[in-house]
Design a protein around this ligand. Structure first.
Ligand SMILES: Cc1cc2nc3c(=O)[nH]c(=O)nc-3n(C[C@H](O)[C@H](O)[C@H](O)COP(=O)(O)OP(=O)(O)OC[C@H]3O[C@@H](n4cnc5c(N)ncnc54)[C@H](O)[C@@H]3O)c2cc1C
Length: 469
């Protein structure tokens, strides 16, 4: 018998949230707390979107996007979720860089970076302070014409080693490049610098599980395996969502899906002004990713080599090269048993930014062998940091931009939403179609775990305001 994933769903809700990424989850939770009836639709069988995990035989469990986020996530979780969820967040202290220009270990916070810039890179204290202050004071209402390249040139002219130290981890964290507006760098970098890099003790599975329990407690009607096919519009106002072939009415829709798909596929261009459609077409998606998941045999152990290793064999920082299929840069996340208290398993995940086009047009055979090559070259690269690791691995798999597209429906497998210009389109939706909102990774600033969750809060407030008005 075909499972009816919408069994007993109501015919009408105040709000339908499409997508259960951290943006959609947080928005749904806030709206339910504010007393609205909320239906949360997720096309996948699990909640979490990119904040996800998978299990494999042999006791392996892999986290996909749990490499690190700023301290702000503690406050966001405490205020908009629960103290219990916030309490799962702990600091990662062993952040390592290894590339032809430098090798160092840091706690990745302002204090330690100041020390490193002073002692290792011989930068004057006033210059370092001035750089940190400028980055911290950047905000959305500032002049947005300065690029990150220009920001670095102003403070560290000709110092491509410093640019690498300051930029490479942020490029990994949200796909931003030297040519993006400096504000996108300043906000994200300062968030990390305030107190370092944090993770979830217990793993993504427990974290999302607790969020799900909280949503249920607050009355959100959660439906997985439910694909939103269309957002219906009547008289320039949303009227409902067609999901798994069934129409459900609502007064507002929050899409946590890809911004461009929301405008062009879920709603349809005919419901927007021509100028808006053109502007939205010009929004650039952010890059995608490749990952390699390596499971260490039960009973084997590896020495502590750090938590997060930013490695590169490229002579200098180069954002194009960083995306290239001929991989030079990898971020290794090492998950020790303490990640999941009670477990005795180790896992290693290697992440690399990637171009969708490099993977999308391969033949099946090319795709298969490229994935194998990716796994092999990753294990080779890892041997430098964990000698003898090859013999300890009993599970290896790779994900490509096609994998990310398949699981999240993000166009081109975009890992971090859109470039900066997407924010204006995301924020402009309710002015075009009343009751239509978007949340989740967008505009670089609002991306990553913290950015997406905070965007969920902002949009829940906008929906609340819409209802009140
Ligand atoms: C490899 C990788 C590593 C990362 N590492 C980190 C990290 O270490 N730290 C960090 O902070 N961030 C990291 N990120 C980024 C972070 O995971 C994302 O920015 C964030 O989780 C995105 O949340 P979101 O709200 O935008 O939704 P998403 O996670 O993009 O989820 C959107 C959801 O909507 C669903 N959906 C889409 N269309 C429909 C539809 N029509 N009907 C029903 N459901 C639909 C999808 O199935 C999905 O579940 C990483 C990302 C990747 C890809």
């Amino acid at each position: 018998m075909v499972n009816d994933w919408l069994k007993d769903a109501k015919s009408r809700y105040d709000v339908i949230v499409i997508g259960s990424g951290l943006g959609g989850l947080t928005c749904a939770n806030m709206l339910a707390r504010n007393g609205y009836s909320v239906l949360l639709l997720e096309q996948h069988h699990k909640l979490g979107g990119l904040a996800t995990w998978f299990k494999r035989k042999g006791g392996h469990i892999f986290d996909i996007s749990l490499h690190g986020f700023p301290i702000g996530m503690v406050k966001t979780c405490r205020k908009y979720w629960s103290s219990e969820i916030a309490g799962m967040i702990v600091q990662l202290k062993g952040i390592r860089f290894d590339n032809p220009q430098f090798s160092l270990t840091t706690t990745f916070d302002k204090e330690d970076f100041t020390r490193i810039l002073k002692e290792r890179f011989k930068v004057q204290s006033e210059n370092i302070d001035s750089f940190f202050n400028t980055a911290r004071e950047m905000n959305f209402y500032d002049d947005q014409t300065m690029t990150t390249r220009e920001l670095f040139e102003r403070f560290f002219p000709g110092r491509d080693d410093i640019v690498r130290l300051l930029m490479e981890p942020i490029t990994y964290a949200n796909g931003s490049t030297l040519d993006d507006p400096a504000i996108t760098y300043g906000i994200v970098f300062s968030n990390f610098m305030s107190k370092g890099v944090y993770t979830v003790r217990g793993g993504t599975d427990r974290f999302i599980g607790k969020m799900e329990a909280e949503l249920v407690k607050n009355g959100v009607d959660i439906r997985t395996n439910c694909l939103a096919e269309r957002i219906t519009v009547k008289d320039q106002r949303v009227s409902g969502v067609i999901v798994n072939g069934k129409m459900i009415e609502c007064k507002a829709v929050v899409s946590n899906g890809n911004l461009k798909s929301t405008v062009h596929k879920l709603v349809g261009q005919q419901h927007f002004s021509r100028g808006f459609v053109e502007e939205s077409k010009n929004v650039r998606l952010n890059n995608s990713s490749c990952q390699v998941y390596l499971g260490i045999k039960k009973g084997e152990r590896i020495d502590c080599v750090g938590d997060l290793l930013f490695t590169s064999t490229a002579e200098k920082f180069d954002s194009e090269k960083l995306l290239g299929k001929d991989i030079t840069s990898r971020t290794f996340s090492i998950y020790y048993p303490e990640t999941r208290p009670g477990s005795d398993m180790y896992a290693i995940v290697s992440s690399t930014n990637a171009n969708y086009e490099d993977w999308a047009n391969l033949s099946d055979e090319q795709y298969r062998s490229s994935k194998e090559g990716l796994i092999e070259s990753t294990i080779d690269a890892l041997e430098k940091y964990v000698p003898g690791v090859r013999a300890k691995i009993d599970y290896a798999q790779a994900a490509t931009p096609k994998t990310f597209q398949r699981y999240t429906l993000h166009e081109c497998g975009a890992s971090f939403g859109t470039k900066f210009e997407g924010l204006k389109i995301s924020m402009g939706l309710p002015k075009e179609v009343r009751g239509l909102f978007h949340t989740g990774s967008v505009g670089i600033i609002m991306s990553g775990w913290l950015g997406a969750a905070n965007h969920g809060v902002i949009v829940s407030n906008n929906v609340d305001e819409y209802f009140r008005s």
